[in-house]
Ligand binder design. Structure first.
Ligand SMILES: *Cc1c(COP(=O)(O)O)cnc(C)c1O
Length: 487
């Protein structure tokens, strides 16, 4: 295998004896390796590793990083992912030695500062959500969903209602919602959307009943639309004895404006790696804390941080569902989110949400004359266009539009999601982009709409200017080549 990107693989430039490091003299007694590691685990032959200089390694990884698109490079309107700028002050805080040089096995008295940070962060998230108490353990949004569903289940069981085995999920839901419900051993019941893109309330009324454990909802939903019927929806579900789970992965439209707890939700998860600006993409580490109502607090995973007589202590809630993650979750991610919240303050967080909504509506307004807009109403942090006009009139698919955007230096929006929009293009600009960047994006989308009309064939073979051309993404996901092998 050789690199298709033009960046030589380190294995290819390896030269015997070349090295980029020198270990210090041993200053402890030498122990033979087979006393440390059982012989059956020791390799019999030397590993074939690339032998390269430090400069070659630096060049290799720097060149690779320049092939990649990131929010530090250019616009990244990947809907539902909230690819906002990650302020560098977060990184400064996360690298303070008081945070990096501590160990989770240290006694509580010696890590009061870290516990205080976790306690405060939980309190802030509770304040934002309008709910009672938090766990910071879940490692991602989907993990928060699973934790929240386990809590809902434990709650019903504690009330002698363990027979409730159905979770209702709208057809516009993020894929993790039904997946989490399945993993928590629930039957997934789908509720359709109405013509305005919200939950079909009449249909919901028919679906709830004695088997309903709860409803999972994102509001604003994946179409970027706020469901004005939310209080009625909550009433229907609560009257049937179910609970409401809020998928707050993208809370970027609501901070300081609407508290999900005040609209009837019982459990909320937040993605710190979206709304609260901790870096993401490429698989982690993320963080998906959940906040629950007072009646669900006894079921939270342990340990939770509590404050007693001015000291921070670790507690096990009375009916805890157990641990969902080793130690305390992804602590350095928590530090970054805490720094973000503290540096913005309550007013600042509200401004973040206001600007995110204005940016999305600005783009939607300028793009709806070029691409079909299936739900033409004010959006929140994102909106969904459809490429169906381009498909019907010129045979150009949404995939082609997305690929062509890469030639204009923009990351593609989320495509073919949500599933209830044909040829969907889901666009989320976030608040951190300037008007100039948004205008450049509109211009690129306009040029692509013109190209679809005048030169559809060239769109179908886009991208033309990226380091690699159109890739077989399905094969890359199903049969990834993750190891170098000598030819
Ligand atoms: C991103 C997202 C999730 C899942 O979050 P992960 O951290 O990727 O597990 C769930 N719901 C919505 C609406 C999302 O956008």
């Amino acid at each position: 295998m050789t690199s298709k990107t033009g960046v030589p693989l380190l294995f290819e430039i390896s030269s015997p004896g070349r090295r980029g490091y020198r270990l210090p003299e041993l200053d402890v007694p030498e122990v033979p390796v087979d006393e440390l590691i059982p012989t059956e685990y020791l390799r019999q032959q030397e590993a074939e590793l690339p032998e390269v200089s430090e400069l070659e390694v630096v060049r290799h990884f720097t060149q690779l990083s320049r092939l990649n698109h990131g929010v530090d490079v250019d616009f990244y309107p990947l809907g539902s992912c909230t690819m906002k700028y990650n302020p560098r002050v977060n990184e400064d805080m996360a690298s303070l030695p008081g945070f990096t040089a501590i160990h989770p096995y240290q006694p509580e008295e010696t890590v009061q500062g870290a516990l205080e940070l976790m306690y405060n962060l939980g309190t802030y998230l509770a304040e934002l959500s309008g709910l009672h108490s938090a766990t910071l353990q879940p490692a991602a949004g989907a993990h928060g969903e699973l934790t929240g569903l386990w809590i809902i289940k434990a709650y019903h069981e504690a009330n002698g209602e363990g027979h409730r085995n159905e979770i209702i999920v709208p057809d516009s839901a993020h894929g993790t919602n039904p997946a989490s419900a399945m993993m928590a051993n629930y039957k997934v019941v789908e509720v359709p959307s109405d013509e305005r893109g919200g939950v079909d309330v009449a249909a919901l009324r028919k679906l709830v009943g004695p088997k309903t454990a709860g409803l999972m909802l994102t509001n604003p939903n994946t179409l970027g639309l706020f469901d004005e019927n939310i209080c009625a929806i909550a009433e229907i579900v609560h009257e049937a004895g179910g609970l409401l789970y809020y998928d707050g992965a993208n809370a970027n439209a609501l901070m300081g404006i609407v508290k999900p707890g005040h609209t009837g939700f019982d459990v909320v998860h937040y993605n710190l790696h979206k709304t609260f600006s901790t870096p993401h993409g490429g698989g982690g580490p993320g963080s998906g804390p959940i906040v629950v109502s007072e009646q669900l607090a006894p079921f939270l995973p342990w340990p939770v941080v509590a404050k007693e007589d001015g000291r921070y202590v670790l507690k096990r809630p009375e009916k805890s569902i157990g641990r969902v993650k080793s130690f305390y979750g992804h602590f350095s991610v928590l530090v970054r989110a805490y720094a973000y919240i503290r540096s913005h303050g309550a007013e600042g967080l509200r401004q973040v949400s206001e600007a995110a909504v204005v940016n999305a509506n600005y783009l939607m307004h300028h793009l709806k004359s070029l691409y079909h807009l299936p739900y033409d109403r004010h959006c929140k942090h994102e909106f969904v266009l459809s490429g169906k006009l381009q498909k019907e009139q010129h045979g150009v698919r949404t995939l082609d539009i997305a690929k062509r955007l890469l030639d204009y230096g923009v990351h593609a929006p989320t495509i073919y999601f949500p599933l209830n929009v044909d040829e969907a293009l889901m666009i989320e600009p976030t608040e951190t982009e300037t008007k100039e960047t948004l205008d450049a994006f509109i211009a690129a989308m306009r040029r692509i709409a013109e190209e679809a009309e005048n030169d559809p064939e060239s769109l179908k073979s886009a991208p033309h200017y990226t380091p690699v051309r159109r890739l077989d993404e399905a094969r890359a996901a199903r049969q990834p080549i993750l190891r170098w092998k000598k030819e």
